[in-house]
Design a protein around this ligand. Structure first.
Ligand SMILES: [Zn+2]
Ligand SMILES: [Zn+2]
Length: 296
């Protein structure tokens, strides 16, 4: 077994073609790639099923899938990860996570609590992809529709952070995903300056992240998007660090080629900002534990 690098891991990603229709590699290929790269821990966080057809992803609609199909696929995901955790136990620690959604707004909390319990999910990644019924990160087109419906980018951004804050309060996820994902379709020069209103809601959201003891991820998928940077931006990382919020790494991989993508860059970014530790989830005696590791 090759020597592993403690900070080279990801806790959000491993979206696989078996369980995600916009992913392209099998669960096993993703695990083999993580082993090949010398990752000590790899967390799978498949997209949670949605209980109403209104929230199917565009490719699921094309494939004529129903919410029941997604729920069956979720249980199959849970079984598959459990089997492969055992199969590869002597080479890598695989964690079974779930990336939850905030829809339907009035039902998601109970719905996901039930899934986490029934599927023996080991940790939860909390995401906001929908804002007031608009899917914000699927395409430039859907993003533009969301901006229009909110009468401007700033209003949409404020509504996004409010939704994120409410999700953190009600779900208390282990990890808060791609904190400023709402910027993903903006080019770097299109990102607005932080107005006092926007900064206020960002700080309030981070205060809840701190209060609920969540970990904030550095998500490298932004490097593949028009914004061309890691989520969140340096301003948000600095404020979080001052508040004492811990960070973790997320490759948000949807293929085996994306496993480990940008993690070294994320590490460099933290070091540049004077942050020298990273928080990792791991497993000890069948329990999920948190470890704080040096980045140097
Ligand atoms: Zn995805
Ligand atoms: Zn996501």
């Amino acid at each position: 077994m090759q020597k592993t690098i403690p900070w080279f891991f990801s806790l959000h990603g491993g979206h696989s073609k078996e369980f995600c229709d916009h992913a392209s590699s099998s669960v096993e290929d993703i695990i083999l790639r993580a082993i090949e790269l010398g990752m000590p821990v790899y967390g799978f966080s498949e997209h949670a099923p949605r209980c109403h057809e209104k929230y199917l992803y565009p490719e699921e609609i094309q494939l004529k899938k129903t919410p029941d199909d997604l729920i069956n696929s979720f249980y199959s995901y849970c079984r598959t990860i459990s089997e492969l955790q055992n199969k590869y136990a002597d080479q890598i620690t695989i964690l079974k996570g779930l990336e939850i959604e905030v829809v339907p707004p009035d039902k998601y909390v109970q719905f996901y609590r039930k899934l986490v319990k029934e599927g023996n999910i080991e940790y939860v990644v909390g995401s906001v992809h929908w804002v007031n019924e608009f899917m914000t990160d699927f395409s430039l087109d859907t993003f533009k529709q969301a901006v229009k419906a909110h009468q401007g980018l700033e209003n949409l951004m404020i509504a996004y952070y409010q939704t994120l804050k409410e999700m953190v309060i009600s779900i208390k996820p282990d990890i808060v995903a791609h904190f400023d994902l709402i910027t993903c379709f903006l080019k770097p020069n299109e990102v607005p300056e932080y107005t006092p209103e926007l900064m206020r809601v960002i700080e309030q959201t981070l205060e809840k992240v701190k209060e609920t003891n969540c970990i904030l991820e550095l998500n490298t998928s932004g490097l593949r998007k028009p914004i061309s940077r890691i989520f969140p931006d340096e301003t948000i990382i600095k404020i979080s660090a001052e508040m004492g919020i811990p960070f973790t790494f997320a490759d948000d991989s949807h293929s085996s080629e994306q496993v480990g993508y940008g993690i070294e860059k994320a590490r460099e970014l933290l070091l540049t900002l004077g942050i020298t530790t990273i928080t990792r989830l791991n497993k000890q005696n069948h329990q999920i534990i948190r470890e704080t590791l040096p980045l140097l």
